[in-house]
Write a protein that binds this ligand. Structure first.
Ligand code: HEC
Length: 129
């Protein structure tokens, strides 16, 4: 009798454990968070440069290029999203591409180039985050 109870208890704990582990795995898919955090890092560096009024053209270009290349990972990082989400992601790419092309040489130019980019981050977060 005791052995049977222990056996059933073991099974129940095993099932609960598996469900917890599966939920944790689902929530912890690191890819979407990684993509967003890498973008946040580069956007943060650029914002910091503007705040400090130290906008080096070479560093600006590096961060904008990294933002652009990372933004192309958004759609693969969120499989099964709907078309408006994909459109937002593409809009971000288009705007980042324009920012890279603009090659901002000072803080005023960088701020102007970043504005439409920040608006797209915000717009998508309002709808999907
Ligand atoms: C196409 C839609 C979309 C765009 C554009 C977008 N994001 Fe996100 N972002 C999301 C979604 C969805 C989440 C929530 C992800 C989750 O919790 O699984 C998110 C979450 C985040 C997070 C939190 C990450 C974490 O670890 O939970 C940060 C930081 C972030 N985004 C930064 C940015 C920045 C910076 C930009 C612009 C350069 C940007 N995002 C553009 C959709 C977008």
């Amino acid at each position: 009798m005791r052995a049977a109870i222990l056996l059933v208890l073991g099974l129940v704990i095993g099932v609960i454990g598996t469900v917890f582990a599966m939920n944790a795995l689902k929530q912890r898919n690191p890819f979407p968070h990684a993509v967003m955090n890498v973008m946040a890092h580069h956007a943060g560096e650029l914002r910091g440069a503007i705040k400090a009024q130290k906008c080096d053209a070479v560093q600006t270009r590096e961060h904008l290029t990294r933002l652009l290349s990372t933004s192309s990972d958004i759609v693969p990082a969120f499989p099964g999203v709907d078309q408006p989400f994909v459109d937002e992601a593409h809009q971000l790419q288009t705007r980042l591409d324009a920012a890279v092309q603009a090659a901002p040489a000072d803080c005023a130019a960088l701020a102007a180039a970043l504005k439409p980019v920040g608006e797209t981050c915000q717009s998508c977060h309002q709808k999907y985050r």
